[in-house]
Design a protein around this ligand. Structure first.
Ligand code: PLZ
Length: 446
């Protein structure tokens, strides 16, 4: 077995982006892969460690996206790699519902302990965020014997048929892919930056709109679950105003509705707490996790109150690969890394540098309408200067500029005008500051 040494954590360009080898390889990509797949940066990756991606031309690119909020512990984090190698050698698969193994059980024990709530919890493991959201909905419906699911404007929950229905944005996620699953009801989201009403009463007004819609149009007694991202990810890092999540959670409890937090993007230390609901001491009945849970291996989970999770008949839940032993080994390596490297604290530190720097840029560049997010999950919303009108052209220009200098940033937003930052939480201060320097150059170049 060859052991690769970790890449130095520095940006280094040896060719233009994309370089000649990437260009050649991308021709094969076009020939062989579906045109329906997007591409955030046109380079082909050979290796990665922590916050550095090495492409096949030898360029070292700073990763401010973590593969969409996945490699929170860094790419190929040593504890993840070690455990994965051990597991691959021990056994690769049995299917947990055929013959169980300890990795699955240990991951569930850890999730039950880590997630908010002192009540007894249980978990089920799946392969992807979307599959986990689907299972949360299945379980909530089974438990409540109700069908309606309440979701929010600007929300994103996945690309399967049910989760497309739960997702708000048509293009690119839903266009032409219908018909969609029934009994999904969308309610207003208090997106403060674009809120038409009174900012001072946004929480109360939004809660009034949501509950009145539920009561008048659905009937609270028909609602199985309210499903919400505690910070909306793909929707543009929309942070609900203070008090909104607690009020929703309280309302759900009063009405016998299962309150589900989709922490797929916000989870696992990302926001400066293990889970984003903790910023307002909200305790969901069920929590959906994926992405950051396993450092890049496909794993997802639903964790919830014992009585809800146990309400399903034997064999009502399952799947061939859900909680695959290699993915579970990776997750155990992630939990270990998060504790050993104090990644919750580290996310706050990263957030401080990120937030200070972005706010400073906002004061200089009027194209930044708002800086928002928490911890190592922050974004800038770009506007036509002096207005709140979306500026998608500025977003594209910034992304292009950053790429050309070896910095990978991701975009988001219902209006296609948000640049989001989701660096690996282990990113060094120096690397982060270097990347933010490039961002500032990008803003200056507009
Ligand atoms: N819930 C909150 O952010 C995945 C989507 C990337 P899967 N977000 C990234 C893309 O273009 O497909 C996501 C999420 C929230 C659910 C999901 C779905 O997770 O693992 O992609 O299925």
């Amino acid at each position: 077995m060859t052991t690769l040494t970790a890449l130095t954590q520095e940006r280094r360009l040896v060719t233009a982006i994309p370089g000649p080898k990437s260009l050649e390889a991308l021709k094969r990509r076009t020939e062989s892969t579906s045109a329906g797949l997007g591409m955030a940066i046109p380079v082909v990756i050979e290796r990665a460690s922590d916050a550095i991606l090495l492409d096949i031309d030898g360029n070292q690119i700073i990763d401010l996206g973590s593969g969409i909020g996945v490699v929170n512990v860094g790419n190929s984090a040593p504890r993840v790699v070690d455990r994965v190698i051990d597991q691959v050698q021990a056994f690769t698969h049995t299917c947990f519902t055929v013959a169980p193994y300890m990795g699955y059980i240990e991951v569930c024990e850890k999730l039950n302990a880590l997630t908010p709530g002192t009540f007894k919890k249980k978990s089920v493991l799946l392969n992807s965020g979307a599959e986990a959201v689907e299972n949360a909905v299945k379980i909530a419906r089974h438990y409540t014997k109700r069908q309606a699911i309440v979701v929010f404007e600007h929300s994103y929950h996945g690309r399967t048929n049910l989760t497309m229905a739960l997702t708000a944005k048509n293009m690119p996620y839903k266009e032409g892919f219908g018909p969609f699953a029934p009994e999904i009801y969308r309610v207003p989201m208090p997106y403060a930056f674009h809120w038409m009403g009174n900012q001072a009463t946004i929480t109360e007004d939004a809660i009034e709109m949501v509950t009145s819609k539920i009561e008048k149009e659905i009937g609270a007694h028909n609602v199985a679950a309210i499903l919400i991202e505690p910070i909306q990810g793909e929707g543009g890092f929309v942070v609900p105003p203070k008090g909104f999540l607690p009020a929703l959670s309280k309302y759900s409890t009063e009405k016998g509705i299962v309150f589900i937090a989709d922490e797929v993007q916000t989870g696992f230390a990302r926001t400066g707490n293990m889970f984003a609901v903790e910023h307002e001491n909200v305790v969901p009945d069920m929590i959906v996790t994926a992405k950051g849970i396993a450092g890049g291996l496909p794993l997802a989970a639903v964790t919830g109150r014992e009585e809800i999770m146990d309400s399903v008949h034997v064999s009502g839940l399952g799947g061939t690969y859900g909680g695959n032993p290699i993915a579970c080994a990776a997750a155990l390596g992630v939990f270990e890394t998060m504790e050993a490297e104090k990644l919750v604290e580290r996310a706050n530190h990263v957030g401080q540098i990120l937030g200070d720097s972005l706010r400073q840029m906002q004061s200089k560049y009027s194209v930044i309408g708002e800086v928002r997010g928490r911890g190592a999950m922050q974004a800038i919303e770009l506007v036509k200067p002096g207005t709140r009108d979306p500026n998608p052209e500025a977003m594209s220009a910034i992304v292009k500029y950053c790429q050309s200098k070896g910095v990978l940033v991701l975009t988001a937003g219902t209006y296609g005008n948000v640049v989001r930052f989701l660096p690996p939480i282990v990113i060094t201060d120096e690397l982060l500051k270097d990347a933010l320097g490039v961002l500032e150059e990008a803003l200056a170049s507009l």
